[in-house]
Write a protein that binds this ligand. Sequence first.
Ligand code: NAD
Ligand code: LMR
Length: 333
Amino acid sequence: MRRPVRIAVTGAAGAISYSLLFKIAAGEMMGRDQPVILQLIELPDAMESLRGVAMELEDCAYPLLHTITLHDNVEEGFSNCHFALLVGARPRGPGMERSDLIEVNAEIFARQGKALNDFANRDVKVLVTGNPANTNALIASRNAPDLSPSQFTCLTRLDHNRARGMLASQCGVTARDIQNIIIWGNHSPTQYPDLHHATVFGVPAMGQIDTAWYRDQFIPRVQERGSEIIKARGLSSAASAAQAIVDQMHNWSQGTDPGEIVSMGILSDGSYGIQKGVFFSFPVRCNYGRYQIVHGLDISDFSRKQLTATELELLEEKSVVEHLLPKETEASH
Ligand code: NAD
Ligand code: LMR
């Protein structure tokens, strides 16, 4: 049997974690032969509820679940972790502007970045889910100067999976038959779901769908799916977000299939003309525990406009938290 890996999860008593933790313990994320230690982190007020979740995990008697530890602070909770899933975040309260939300979360993610820097395993892989995910990832990574920014990512796999599912429904196929969807940019309504490189049964998707449907219905539907779910359920997406976290971490740590493209929010290195220094969703392939941007894809004028819109939004979000970002070092580019 392998040695267990340590997985720290913040917001562990929340809605997403209530699906996520059980998937991880069942081996869906790290593989069916990989034991896991769960280091669960919550706010002090939610520790009682977290204890209930831990009891349920224990009651599942998962063969791969080695140990569960509970923490009310990230400094202890991130100790030696190999993977850190930053799910917990402050939700938007009544009368709160988006910029207020960005600022309160900036403080939370600055502390989490510092704690990762000081206490996590040196090879830790970090995935930020808590919103605004891209900008929170930027803040966490900039507060972890001893870790590489390439160790930080944010979740755009949910958008990727949504696009794949919707295209599958439209074409009357299953998601398995659809490849190479790309989500570019921010996890927000400015994101760009790009089908120009996607295939259905190996054949270009754009030849099989109506361009007007793609532009006027598909794109806004993917962009607004989060709000559509909140409206319908009265709560934000949880099980599908958990599945996306599992998918993104699984690909990052175990690799993608040959030729497969997935979308991940990562620090821009200037690829495709996107300004360096923002977390932007790019098409990537993964192997050996690393991701690489897929280069050389054609970007049409239509696509360029969409990329620019989401890039500008991210630059604006960055400007809101600029005063909270430690001075940039060479490594933060
Ligand atoms: P939730 O409110 O049910 O749970 C969040 C939990 O986080 C709560 O239990 C809260 O006590 C805890 N928490 C808050 N601040 C914390 C901190 N500083 N340290 C540790 N724990 C903390 O919310 P949820 O439905 O699980 O969603 C979590 C976040 O994920 C939200 O920000 C949501 O907007 C975001 N989200 C992102 C995506 C994505 O695709 N990126 C998708 C869905 C939801
Ligand atoms: C989602 O995409 O479902 C969430 O990010 C929505 C939200 O605001 O929590």
